[in-house]
Design a protein around this ligand. Structure first.
Ligand SMILES: Cc1ncc(COP(=O)(O)O)c(C=O)c1O
Length: 376
């Protein structure tokens, strides 16, 4: 048997990692400003994280949701506190797609409706409803196609208002990333998020904040949607939550009433996953990582904006998109193979920075100097 070949791979094998650095099998060191796609939130192999997982593994690694798991309560309390949503409720799962799938399902259980509003360039995952709400036809299989999802223009308040006016009482939910990641680091305007909130209130629709990539402290506030000053009904999260251990979750407003069997999972909320997520939150809190994300992120954005060859710098905190002109299409590849720096990408020619929240200014400077060399 061999792996199903669905990923275009870089010819690099990572065998060791620490903080914002990784090493390959030839002992070559790389600076990691990609974090395996926004997953490494507190740095690779963080000692507190390693110890908490190791200790937990010696006690119990897994048991299903048929018994009491006090770690889930501890995690719910900690997440409520760090995210500033102490009155919300927590449902644990295993990935971002699963979090969105559960959020969409819960919204439909709540108001009994079917129509989902998503936006152009949105990415919400690859499971059936999540992928149907993703604006990329090439990853939607015929079986995922549904008339229940409509795509409206991102940040277009008039279009949203008009749609609600026509179909208001049929709309189940609006799902939106605070900053579109796969779409190329495009921020939802504060006024747009405020408009979604007021329309959802007016028509009893559910506001789902997809925080899988833009959340977990990356922008300096816990959820990037928080910058708009409004609260969503359901926040979905995954990536940074377990620093690499697979875990996802939805944070659910008090108005939703749980019923047995409404949602469920075998692996979600297992002992090891909870230990990983608790370790992440403990480090975020103790080391003040949201403040660091804002400080180093602002520094990077200010410095990047000084570089005239860049078409546009977008984003907030440590979720940064650098759009380059077509003729500079090799920059990302050169950063990796010449300068040994991992970054992410998005179409058309956008470099995505998604480093650990404890990346330092010194590491930011290493990247800036390499980029300046490449821009010439
Ligand atoms: C905004 C957003 N939502 C959902 C997902 C899906 O997460 P996962 O790959 O963990 O299923 C992603 C993954 O890139 C994402 O960026």
């Amino acid at each position: 048997m061999k792996p199903f070949d669905v990923y275009p791979l870089n010819d690099i094998t990572i065998v060791k990692a620490a903080g914002s650095y990784v090493w390959d099998d030839k002992a070559q060191k790389y600076l990691d400003l990609y974090g395996g796609h926004a997953v490494i939130s507190i740095g690779h192999t963080h000692p507190h994280y390693v110890k908490r997982l190791e200790d937990q593994l010696h006690k119990v690694g897994f048991y299903s949701n048929s018994i009491k798991i006090p770690l889930q309560i501890e995690l719910a309390e900690k997440l409520g506190k760090v995210s500033g949503k102490e009155d919300y409720q927590l449902f644990l799962c295993n990935s971002g797609a699963e979090a969105n799938e559960n959020a969409l399902k819960l919204a439909s259980f709540y108001n009994g409706r079917k129509k989902i509003i998503s936006f152009t360039k949105a990415f919400h995952g690859r499971t059936s409803l999540a992928v149907a709400a993703t604006d990329n036809k090439s990853i939607v299989a015929p079986v995922n196609e549904t008339d229940n999802v409509v795509f409206l223009a991102f940040n277009d308040e008039a279009a949203l208002e008009a749609y609600f006016k026509q179909y208001g009482n049929e709309i189940c939910t609006v799902i939106i990333e605070g900053i579109q990641g796969v779409g190329g680091i495009i921020e939802a305007k504060d006024s747009f998020l405020q408009k979604i909130r007021s329309l959802c209130d007016q028509y009893n629709a559910v506001f789902i904040a997809d925080s899988v990539q833009c959340g977990y402290g990356r922008t300096g506030l816990f959820y990037s949607h928080d910058h708009s000053g409004v609260k969503a009904d359901i926040y979905t999260m995954a990536k940074g939550m377990g620093n690499g251990f697979p875990i996802g979750a939805i944070s659910i407003a008090p108005k939703f009433v749980a019923k047995y069997s409404m949602l469920g999972t075998t692996f979600g909320g297992n002992h090891l996953a909870c230990a990983a997520a608790l370790a992440v939150l403990e480090v975020i809190e103790k080391d003040n990582l949201m403040a660091n994300a804002l400080e180093v992120g602002n520094y990077l954005i200010i410095e990047l904006k000084k570089l005239s060859k860049i078409k546009e710098v977008r984003g907030r905190g440590l979720m940064i998109g650098i759009e380059l002109p077509e003729e500079l299409k090799d920059v990302k590849k050169n950063l990796l193979f010449k300068h040994k720096i991992f970054t992410g990408e998005a179409k058309p020619n956008v470099i995505r920075l998604l480093p650990a929240l404890n990346v330092t200014k010194v590491e930011a400077d290493i990247f800036l100097n390499a980029l300046k060399t490449e821009l010439g």
